[in-house]
Design a protein around this ligand. Structure first.
Ligand code: NAD
Ligand code: UDP
Length: 346
């Protein structure tokens, strides 16, 4: 049967089709530009992972959050569960996992020294076997994959600030080595899968990041000091407090992660993502004490073994490659983080 249609009827029909598709596009806004990507975030229920999932969903993507809840919490992602484009999978990255996605952000790994030293063998397995499993998946499904590496690959650095070209100064048998060497090996695996199997990789080296949704018992310095100050407990200063760190607010990191993932295949990294503002732990404690108005006192405790004495990112590469630099300074980020902890600390 041949369907004949007059020119005017054809124009009418076209108008109707345009109206219907405009209605459809309004209802499912993200489909209209064909920008919806399916994205896997391992460690998605953790501090950084939950912010990343939220941002990716807000940008109209379909997000799968994978986590074994070792240090992550369902509470971090509870507000995302009503979004039909958000799925949660309880899984351990040390076991293979298969799913069809366009991109993988590999964040699964405990990040606080207290937590990664709790079961060091498991920490190495998570970094190394987790990387192998996720890279194998990326290879099979031809997905882009980003590794959340760390400034810890520089160890107790002898070069300051740290550039990506610096090979680091890591004790391979110290208490931090399960994390540092695990992450270094993961970088090696990423580079090898890229060179041997053409997997499209992205490596970022994240410097100390803080913000809302850090666990109150996380053990890292920003959350420890704020929680101690809000409870009126002693502020635990390890060592003399002269050691330095450069603290980055979580929103700045998430922006850097997304920009890195969106680079062309020729950009593999590693790229430092951090805030170059450098502070001693004494300066940090003084800020927290002032901003919370606490009567807490600083008490000095021994410096943990191999605790790096200084850390500050050189972010020239991120500026050049990603047109990225942090926007939130420490005072502003601490104010937002203190406001969050006031809602959770009893
Ligand atoms: P986090 O502990 O809050 O998040 C880690 C998440 O990974 C948690 O939800 C945890 O349950 C999950 N996880 C751990 N082991 C797993 C496993 N075997 N299988 C599945 N899930 C597992 O820590 P974070 O600060 O959000 O760190 C996220 C990532 O960023 C980590 O890879 C960390 O090494 C990296 N990083 C963080 C910082 C920082 O300052 N926060 C600095 C450098 C690198
Ligand atoms: N730190 C401290 N008191 C605490 C927790 C940490 O003085 O209650 C110090 C720690 O020794 C280190 C710095 O703060 O010098 C940053 O520690 P964190 O565990 O946050 O991160 P990392 O050492 O992995 O950079």
């Amino acid at each position: 049967m041949v369907l004949t249609i007059s020119v005017s009827a054809s124009k009418q029909l076209n108008k109707k089709i345009i109206r219907v598709s405009a209605f459809f596009n309004e209802q499912v806004g993200c489909i209209k530009n064909n920008i919806m990507k399916r994205i896997l975030v391992t460690g998605g229920a953790g501090f950084i992972g939950s912010h990343l999932c939220e941002r990716l969903l807000n940008e109209g993507n379909d997000v799968i959050c994978l986590d074994n809840y070792f240090t992550g919490q369902k509470q971090n992602i509870a507000h995302l569960l009503s979004n039909p484009y958000f799925e949660v999978v309880r899984h351990d990255v040390t076991a293979p996992y298969f799913v069809e996605v366009d991109e993988i952000f590999n964040l699964a790994c405990p990040a606080s020294p207290v937590h990664y030293q709790y079961n060091p063998i498991k920490t190495v397995k998570t970094s190394v076997m987790g990387a192998i499993n996720m890279l194998g998946l990326a290879k099979r499904i031809k997905a882009k994959i980003l590794q959340a590496s760390t400034s810890e690959v520089y160890g107790n650095p002898e070069q300051h600030p740290q550039k990506e070209t610096y090979w680091g100064h890591v004790n391979p048998i110290g208490p931090r080595s399960c994390y540092d060497e695990g992450k270094r090996c993961a970088e090696t695996l990423f580079v090898n899968y890229h060179e041997q199997n053409n997997v499209r990789i992205k490596i970022i080296r994240i410097f100390n990041t803080y913000g809302p949704r850090m666990h109150p018992n996380d053990g890292r310095v920003v959350s420890n000091f704020i929680v101690q100050a809000l409870r009126g407990e002693n502020i635990t200063m390890y060592g003399t407090g002269e050691q330095t760190r450069s603290f980055q607010y979580v929103d700045d990191l998430v922006e850097g992660m997304i920009r890195m993932m969106n680079t062309g295949d020729e950009i593999a990294g590693p790229v430092n993502i951090g805030n170059p503002g450098e502070f001693t732990m004494l300066e940090l404690a003084e800020k927290v004490i002032k901003m919370t108005g606490t009567s807490s006192k600083i008490v000095f405790e021994p410096l943990p073994t191999d605790d790096p004495l200084q850390r500050k990112p050189d972010i020239s590469l991120a500026k050049k490659t990603l047109d990225w630099e942090p926007k939130v300074n420490l005072d502003e980020g601490l104010a937002r983080t203190i406001a969050f902890f006031k809602t959770v600390v009893k």
